[in-house]
Ligand binder design. Structure first.
Ligand code: ASP
Length: 220
């Protein structure tokens, strides 16, 4: 991965490291907020579940998503853990997870938003409130259409740039290091699907508390 990234720096120059590094940090901070604040509040508020315990149980699937950068590749592990370690209903998970895998990509939407602002700044284009709103809307729509494979979000980013009137060539600025963003956003994409399956199972009273309260780590 670092060999691929080295090519970008070789072509554009070392001075680009600082702004690109800042954009990577911005994406990961936004993903952390999504995980801790949004998923944390949703789990606690709608299902009474602890986020730390949830992450502990789902971490093997998150690790697969993080390393493969493909939510499609992580789907079998996500289904297995959401049903057999977290306690979500099999029927609900069998519907929610494959559907969420294709349309629910929070991490990708976050990344496309930050990347669009980064490209606007790189070209010296001011981001007006209207443009910011357009970025939010088009990034949400583009993320729905993004496939669950590595790098798909960066390709769909060109659609966001086109919609808000930013130069499409800007994608080239971040494409070289896309893998770094992709690891985090894919992990967040699959976590969102699992969280929704667990919340719906809980609300439909089909959540298995016994599985949730079992400490699987001890058996391994
Ligand atoms: N790699 C992401 C996924 O599979 C999609 C993307 O590139 O944003 O979920």
């Amino acid at each position: 991965m670092f060999c691929l990234v080295a090519r970008t720096f070789g072509q554009i120059g070392i001075s680009v490291i600082v702004p690109l590094g800042k954009s990577v940090i911005a994406v990961y901070i936004a993903l952390a907020i999504q995980l801790i604040v949004v998923y944390g509040i949703m789990l606690r508020g709608f299902a009474g579940l602890s986020l730390t315990r949830y992450i502990k149980k789902l971490s093997p699937a998150m690790a697969i998503a993080f390393s493969t950068c493909s939510s499609a590749a992580a789907l079998p592990a996500n289904m297995d853990l959401t049903i057999n370690r977290i306690g979500a209903s099999k029927d609900i998970s069998s519907f929610v997870l494959p559907l969420g895998n294709t349309v629910n990509m929070n991490g990708t939407a976050i990344y496309q938003g930050v990347a669009a602002v980064f490209i606007a700044q790189a070209y010296g284009i001011p981001v007006t409130p209207t443009m910011a709103l357009m970025i939010v809307l088009s990034a949400t729509l583009a993320s729905i259409g993004t496939a669950g494979v590595a790098g798909a979000g960066a390709i769909m980013l060109s659609m966001v740039l086109h919609t808000v009137g930013l130069p499409i060539e800007g994608v080239g600025l971040i494409f070289g290091i896309d893998r770094i963003y992709d690891m985090g956003r894919t992990a967040m994409n699959i976590t969102g699907d699992s969280v929704v399956a667990a919340i719906i199972s809980k609300q439909e009273k089909e959540f298995d508390e016994k599985i949730w309260n079992t400490d699987f780590a001890k058996d391994e």
